[in-house]
Write a new protein. Structure first.
Length: 343
């Protein structure tokens, strides 16, 4: 990954006056990378003298509750006082982190679009970003948005500007978006960045334990139910899918984030190339897709589920019933395979 020197200088000029009103927004169902990059970048900006508000469309997973500064994030869905809307309306700069299009903000998108004067800056690592940004740091070859933020901070100020609290937030994003450093884009530069974060005093065993060993009993039982009762395997054992209805999730006291990682599990099976998770919401079905090797689920998501993401991790939506969605998926997998995309 190589940052644009022109982009860095433009960002430096944009942030030069130390009294900007800044809002940081990230995508619906914010994950470790979304939250970590937002918290770290907010600390950088506040250190420069800016007034910063972090806004997320809906609640982040409970296993991130321990992160320093997370209680300062405004959850738009629960914001009865209108704090988020006011901050966005008054913002001079809107930083858009870990998503590639304003539509990814869903319930927050109209509020963002209403502010036509703030400069919008994208910091992201997803494919095919929108062009409606004043300044864009879009790096699909980066493993996480936290790594992009790390590189920007390094380019602007040097690594000495990174505090232990900032390092902890950045590590959460780097760790979670790489599957604990098991997925693609695991470059020497990434591990050099991790070494710097360790030098800042972060405790990796504690962070890992806080994120991966802090689930509820209900989540553990839901996982067992999903694997045993709901996982189906098709296409000669190379493609899998799971589905969960709202009543099934309620049986296990489902909380935001409880299904995190379920879609990955089928890929532990030796022959498996692609996996899907269908999660029912009140008005639609959220589709999560994962793959191994050269199987491009970003292409699959764009073609069949009006979505997108990364080559090996993508998502989309379905506005059909669950059974219709599953039937559509099975037909789409067959077509995808017939076109040679499943190897």
């Amino acid at each position: 990954m190589e940052l644009s020197k022109k982009g860095i200088e433009c960002l430096r000029e944009l942030l030069a006056p130390g009294n900007r009103r800044i809002v940081i927004v990230t995508h619906t169902n914010p994950d470790g990378d979304a939250v970590g990059s937002s918290l770290a970048w907010a600390e950088v900006l506040r250190g420069m003298g800016h007034a910063v508000t972090c806004v997320v469309p809906n609640k982040y997973p409970y296993f991130l509750d321990w992160m320093q500064g997370i209680d300062e994030i405004v959850i738009f869905k629960n914001d009865t006082e209108g704090r988020a809307a006011r901050a966005i309306a008054e913002a001079d700069i809107l930083f858009c982190l870990d998503f590639n299009a304003i539509s990814r903000l869903e319930i927050l998108s109209e509020t963002i679009q209403a502010n036509t004067t703030a400069r919008r800056v994208l910091i992201d690592h997803h494919l095919s970003p929108d062009e409606d940004f004043y300044l864009s740091f879009s790096h699909p070859d980066a493993s996480s948005t936290c790594y992009v933020v790390y590189a920007i901070v390094e380019a602007l100020f040097g690594t000495e500007a990174i505090t232990c609290r900032m390092a902890e937030a950045l590590y959460v994003g780097m760790m979670t978006d790489t599957g604990n450093f098991a997925f693609s884009f695991l470059t020497p530069e990434l591990f050099r960045a991790v070494a710097v974060l360790i030098e800042k005093g972060i405790r990796i065993p504690d962070i890992h334990n806080n994120v991966y060993n802090a689930y509820t009993e209900g989540r553990a039982r839901l996982f067992g139910y999903a694997i045993n009762r709901k996982m189906e395997i098709i296409q000669d054992g190379t493609v899998a899918y799971m589905s969960l209805m709202e009543n099934e999730m309620r049986r296990f006291q489902f909380q935001q984030g409880d299904s995190e990682g379920f879609v990955n599990y089928a890929l532990t099976i030796k022959k498996m190339k692609m996996s899907a998770m269908f999660l029912a919401h009140r008005k639609f079905i959220r589709v999560s897709l994962r793959s191994r090797g050269d199987v491009d689920v970003n292409l699959f998501a764009r073609k069949y589920f009006n979505g997108g993401g990364h080559k090996n991790a993508a998502g989309g939506k379905s506005f059909l019933t669950m059974q219709e969605t599953i039937d559509h998926y099975i037909r789409s997998v067959r077509e995808f395979a017939d076109e040679g995309h499943l190897g």
